[in-house]
Design a protein around this ligand. Structure first.
Ligand code: S3P
Length: 437
């Protein structure tokens, strides 16, 4: 193993047997995206931030590990986390910053630390070392940062120093790139502006405001003035809708299913899945909604109203549903009219090539489909069978095919099932409680 690639956990398998129904009530762990942002901004802020329902996934804990290495103090008590920040001045770490499997950690942290004096080297596991990082170097270099990559990839070394504001248009829809620019802009000289062709998840905008920063939006243009100081907060992280997606899609597979999800994040920039669920034939009742620090949290109940129809997902919708596309694809064969996904080329550069792995596993289960460079067309009316599933060490692939397995004609063996712990360590336990056999 190279010294600049972080270590992997051992591979485990999970056997998933078919179910006859899907019922129950569940609280999914805290949102991964929001946990990253709260963890990072708490690390930079002045004072002690108290977070409850922090994500149990490995990725946001990689972020907390980096915050500690940069001088923040982190105290963990289950899902309650206290972070005492560095009041605007990160320390030079003694070693490399280990981002594990987490693209969010590496990309957003790059923006957060680029203005700090010192040299910061960020490393990750094999998957993270394969992912594109030029998209981060470009805007940060335009702000004056000096960043070394190896052929556009990690390890990423940042030679920190003063930054100047830029006016940036994001060429690819990516909330991580947007966040890196906003975090750098917060600490640059002047006012940084950013426009997105497709509006991506806006957790960074809400989190920055929660920590006391001022941001403005004029149409599609976001602006943030440099030199703003952050103050510690108290917050509860809403449940992760991208984790809930696996259970929402499971509930669609059975005519008599009944699923209640509480304390669930329902931020409109993350909730496009609910529209797809409704279009497919699910019935969603919103039982309660509240707002905390700009984030919508609620309780929803999901039933299946009728025969599952089909869906066509393309354009901006593909970008907004990017993390949910694998599980939508995994249930597609069981719909009546099938599912077509286009404009989702970004799926090829996630924790794995998610288009290729969805195709490989659908094929193993006996499905017919067409693979495109930017998506898949999966006809409906197909009965899948049991198979050996390859997660490719990708959490969302392991979980997506555990869902497909619930409706298969025989049991499936999910190899690399431990990957689920990247975002949702409790997944297989919760799945077994909700799936009625
Ligand atoms: C995330 C943004 C998305 C998403 C990832 C989390 C975030 O990535 O796939 O799981 O928290 O901002 P991109 O920004 O690369 O699209």
């Amino acid at each position: 193993m190279s010294s600049t690639i972080a270590q992997h956990s051992a591979s485990t398998t999970q056997i998933v047997r078919p179910a006859r129904s899907f019922q129950g009530s569940v609280t999914v762990p805290g949102d991964k995206s929001i946990s990253h942002r709260y963890g990072m901004l708490a690390g930079l802020a002045e004072g002690t931030t108290k977070l409850s329902n922090f994500s149990t996934g490995a990725d946001p804990h990689s972020t907390l590990g980096c915050m500690e290495a940069l001088g923040a103090k982190v105290v963990k008590n289950g899902t309650s986390i206290e972070v005492t920040g560095v009041a605007g001045a990160f320390q030079q770490p003694t070693g490399k910053l280990d981002c594990g499997n987490s693209g969010s950690t590496m990309r957003m942290l790059a923006g957060l630390i680029a203005s700090h004096p010192g040299t910061f080297t960020m490393i990750g596991d094999h998957s993270l070392t394969m992912r594109p990082m030029e998209r981060i170097r470009k805007p940060l270099s335009a702000m004056g940062a000096r960043i070394d990559l190896v052929d556009g990839h990690a390890p990423m070394t940042i030679h920190g120093g003063p930054l100047k504001a830029i006016d940036f248009e994001t060429p690819i829809p990516s909330a991580q790139v947007k966040t890196a620019v906003l975090f750098a802009g917060l600490q640059a000289e002047g006012t940084t502006s950013l426009s997105e062709a497709v509006r991506t998840r806006d957790h960074s905008e809400h989190a920055l405001k929660a920590f006391g920063a001022t941001l403005s939006r004029n149409g599609e243009k976001l602006s943030i003035a440099g030199g703003q100081k952050l103050k510690a907060i108290e917050a509860t992280v809403p449940g992760d809708i991208s984790s809930a997606a696996f259970f929402l899609c499971s509930a669609l597979l059975f005519p008599d299913s009944n699923l209640v999800l509480d304390s669930l994040g329902l931020n409109p920039t993350r909730a496009a899945l609910l529209d797809v669920i409704t279009a497919l034939g699910g019935k969603i009742k919103v039982l309660m909604v509240e707002e905390h620090h700009g984030e919508t949290i609620g309780t929803i109940q999901v039933n299946r109203a009728e025969e599952l129809k089909g869906a066509e997902i393309s354009g901006a919708l593909s970008a907004q549903l990017i993390d949910e596309l694998p599980v939508i694809a995994a249930i597609a064969p069981y719909t009546r009219d099938g599912v077509t996904i286009r404009d989702a080329k970004e799926l090829r550069v996630k924790e794995s090539d998610r288009i290729a792995l969805v195709a490989k596993n659908l094929k193993a289960m006996g499905a017919e489909f067409t693979e495109f460079e930017d998506g898949l067309a999966i006809p409906g009316g197909q009965q899948l069978h049991g198979a050996e599933i390859d997660s490719g060490s990708d959490h969302r692939i392991a979980m997506a095919f555990a869902v497909a397995a619930l409706k298969a004609s025989s049991e499936n063996v999910i190899h690399g099932a431990e990957a689920a712990a990247i975002s949702f360590p409790e997944f297989f336990q919760f799945l077994n409680e909700l799936a009625k056999r």
